[in-house]
Design a protein around this ligand. Structure first.
Ligand code: PGA
Length: 252
């Protein structure tokens, strides 16, 4: 199981330092550490080093450098040791008007540099009855993309447990993000099956994200086939994030 902390634009510098100090004391072994990936705000990336926790960028520009004031380069993140990059989060799709074409460009850039894309997909409340169409739109381009790209992809900077993972899909229903609402296990399982239908590579991991916390993670882990969780609010305090992990793990 993979537990990804999406810190969004939260955590101050000191809060993040305290988080990491505490989290390190909670982790029992090197193996246990490998279950976690952090997505810090760009200014906090310097707190993450190559051989500590796995980490990645929350968003990148599609160019590696240039006159793009205010943007962040994946090249720089890679030099700093990032191994993952998030893309297609609904806060970017709806809040910043990111299109499928832009998301595809970002996906290309991430895999060209050898990092692992974490591609978010998910329906809004009014699309809930029509999820398959949403997944088709959000994942359909992968089919054409893969047809023209050489595989296997670069794997040199991928951490060992992720060497064979081409990319990660994070299923996040828009209506569940930050609302405290989560899908029934059967609804989540149905979504995972629909998503799998649109994926064309083996070993793709499917995570669930949206209001995951230590009170609901056990059921989700037990009763569905998800490979892990993308966690926002419940990943901001070291003790909360670690106990979410221990709650889910008890059943494995
Ligand atoms: P949440 O956010 O856990 O606070 O709902 C999840 C996300 O947006 O990735």
């Amino acid at each position: 199981m993979i537990y990804i902390a999406n810190w969004k634009m939260n955590q101050g510098f000191e809060q993040a330092q305290t988080f990491l100090q505490t989290f390190k004391t909670l982790i029992k072994s090197k193996e246990e550490k490998q279950n976690f990936v952090f997505l810090p705000p760009a200014f906090l990336a310097g707190l993450f080093s190559k051989d500590e926790f796995y980490w990645g960028a929350q968003n990148i520009h599609t160019a590696l450098k240039g006159s793009f004031t205010g943007e962040n380069s994946l090249q720089t993140a890679t030099e700093m040791g990032a191994q993952f990059c998030l893309l297609g989060h609904s806060e970017r799709r709806y809040g910043f008007g990111e299109s499928e074409a832009e998301i595809e460009k970002k996906f290309h850039c991430i895999q060209e540099l050898g990092l692992i894309p974490i591609l978010c997909v998910g329906e809004s409340e009014h699309e809930r009855e029509n999820k398959d169409q949403v997944f088709k739109k959000q994942l359909g381009w992968l089919k054409t993309y893969m047809k023209y790209k050489n595989l296997p992809w670069k794997t040199d900077i991928r951490p060992e447990p992720f060497k064979d993972v081409p990319f990660i899909v994070a299923y996040e229903p828009v209506w569940s993000i930050g609302t405290g609402l989560i899908p029934e296990e059967s609804e989540l399982e149905e979504s995972c099956q629909l998503i799998r239908k649109h994926l064309h590579l083996k070993n793709t991991k499917i995570l669930y994200g949206g209001s995951v916390d230590k009170s609901n993670v056990k059921n989700l882990a037990q009763q569905t086939s998800v490979d892990g969780f993308l966690v926002g609010g419940a990943s901001l305090k070291a003790e909360d994030f670690y106990s979410l992990y221990t709650e889910a793990k008890e059943d494995f």
